[in-house]
Design a protein around this ligand. Structure first.
Ligand code: NOJ
Length: 523
């Protein structure tokens, strides 16, 4: 079946770091509008906006205090509407990141809930006299004592991110209202944050510990009732027509991911097994796409970057800033089967940010890990090292637009350090250099758009031989051959008959990181 999202190349745009229009050092909607032509020129047809709702931002917006308003750092509701309109005029769809697992502790529901045990909002959250052993994913207990009402409340993430009680039908109604509000504004779909984490059955048994002594989240995630809750979200969203739902499912297990990928649930789910690969290993990439083809029903997603993981340019070999390898990775993302998600800045090969001082670390994960290390008696230096390892700031530094002051991102003081390499690594230079990574992305995205087979085609002859990944994509009588060579040299057998060369050079030997894309039946 045809759906717009199967033909879309998405771009995750991290709100505070894309482009600042008013000099306050933070990205905003007006700033994004200024850059929509840039995205259109790159070929992007879908934007994933990270949270832009009102928020105290202890976790950069993943702690919403009002689902119905735009955070003033990012502009006004009118700015949002103008942005959406301008994006749509350029043929770009927009999906909103929505956090329904928890709210900020500053949300009026929670402010009410903690007033008294019989407050009508009390049951929007989860309370307990005696906590169990469930741990927060951000470290420590998932339970926080509330002085006022003498009970603990439940938070799977930070203390300021309070879990909603999805066994309460009122919470489900509120969620539908929120979804409808943004769809009425014209939003084309949602990225649902940690959606398999929602607490639907209340608090049950203690979690067991695994062999490493770490908590096995057996009872606090993937709870009974979760599919029903997501089914409700799906029903509401799909009543608006062809809207799109992508879920962040925290699990390494494809059998778990598979449960959530269903026409009545989520259109696609993120698979972090591929997305967060630590090292560059073509065999591992291949194994993942093969597994997804065999074990994941429907369309997969293909991505190698997000605001939660280090930049892939750094993971896959920063020392040489291996552009040819990055180009091969881009080809992989844009030719394999699935919905591609690019992360802002990856199109120019942006690298990890390194903080020199504690002040330069914003992310709650980085700061918490610093504190833990200090409590354990670690020196400032050691703690800073750990904080740098754990912080997700690495991939959140401002977009590097040009080599001028503050990389052209802001005229003010940037909210987070700008990567020092912006003078030699920026959009302006990349656009001007014919053989740049940026121009390679542009070429591949264009190819994907022209050749429908790359969006809809099934795999044939998916193979890995000595560092060479090769496959065919077949759709409605058309056949495209793709060879991505990640090794020194590889011999390939060119297909018989007549074909057109879509990218690369048709020869029997490919050298390291070379690619070749052919189409059957035309010269
Ligand atoms: C997943 C988001 O991607 C991450 O950035 C956030 O910290 C957690 N969910 C909590 O909302």
């Amino acid at each position: 079946m045809k759906n717009w999202w199967k033909e879309t190349v998405f771009y995750e745009l991290y709100m505070p770091s894309f482009n600042d229009s008013n000099g306050d050092g933070k990205g905003d909607f007006k700033g994004i509008i200024e850059k929509l032509d840039y995205l259109k020129n790159l070929g992007i047809t879908g934007i994933w906006l990270t949270p832009f709702y009102q928020s105290p931002k202890i976790d950069n917006g993943y702690d919403i205090s009002d689902y119905y308003s735009v955070d003033s750092d990012y502009g006004t509701m009118e700015d949002f509407e103008e942005f959406l309109d301008q994006a749509h005029k350029r043929g770009i769809k927009v999906i909103a990141d929505l956090v329904l697992n928890h709210t900020s502790d500053q949300h009026k529901w929670f402010q009410e809930a903690k007033k008294s045990k019989d407050n009508s909002y009390r049951n929007y959250y989860i309370w307990k006299k005696n906590p169990n052993n469930w741990e927060s994913f951000f470290s420590g207990s998932a339970w926080e004592w509330d002085e006022g009402t003498n009970e603990y409340y439940y938070h799977k993430f930070a203390v300021g991110q309070v879990d909603l009680n999805w066994s309460n039908p009122k919470v489900r109604e509120e969620a539908n209202k929120i979804l409808e509000f943004w769809m009425d504004k014209g939003i084309d779909g949602f990225r649902l944050d940690v959606i398999n984490f929602m607490t639907c059955e209340g608090i049950t048994e203690d979690n067991p510990m695994d062999e490493k002594g770490e908590q096995d989240h057996k009872f606090d995630i993937n709870q009974p009732g979760i599919l029903d809750a997501i089914g409700g979200i799906n029903k509401c969203v799909k009543s608006y027509g062809d809207k799109f739902l992508v879920g962040e499912i925290g699990s390494e297990n494809l059998d778990v991911l598979k449960r959530y990928r269903d026409d009545g649930l989520l259109d696609v789910v993120f698979n972090f097994n591929l997305g967060s690969k630590k090292n560059f290993d073509a065999k591992e990439f291949y194994d993942e796409i093969e597994k997804m083809e065999k074990d994941l029903n429907g369309y997969p997603t293909i991505f190698f970057g997000s605001h939660d993981m280090p930049r892939h340019m750094s993971r896959f070999g920063e020392s040489k800033r291996d552009i040819e390898r990055a180009k091969a990775v881009a080809t992989f993302i844009l030719t394999t089967k699935g919905v591609p998600f690019l992360y802002y800045g990856d199109e120019i090969g942006m690298t990890n940010l390194v903080a020199n001082t504690l002040n330069e670390i914003n992310d709650i994960q980085g700061r918490t890990n610093y504190k833990i290390e200090r409590q354990k008696g670690g020196s400032h230096r050691e703690a800073l090292k750990i904080a740098n390892e754990k912080t997700r700031d690495k991939s959140r530094s401002p977009m590097q637009w040009n080599s001028k002051e503050n990389s052209g991102f802001t005229t003010g003081i940037p909210w987070i350090k700008i990567n020092e390499n912006y003078k030699i690594l920026n959009v302006e230079d990349e656009r001007n250099r014919i053989d740049s990574l940026f121009n390679h992305y542009k070429k591949m995205i264009r190819l994907r758009k022209i050749e429908e087979t790359l969006s809809y085609g099934e795999y044939k002859n998916l193979k890995y031989i000595d560092g060479l990944i090769s496959f065919e994509r077949v759709y409605e009588g058309e056949r495209v051959y793709i060879y991505i060579n990640f090794t020194q040299t590889s011999n390939i057998v060119l297909p018989d008959g007549v074909y057109e060369v879509l990218a690369g050079e048709a020869k029997n030997i490919l050298i390291k990181n070379e690619i070749l894309i052919l189409k059957k039946g035309r010269k």
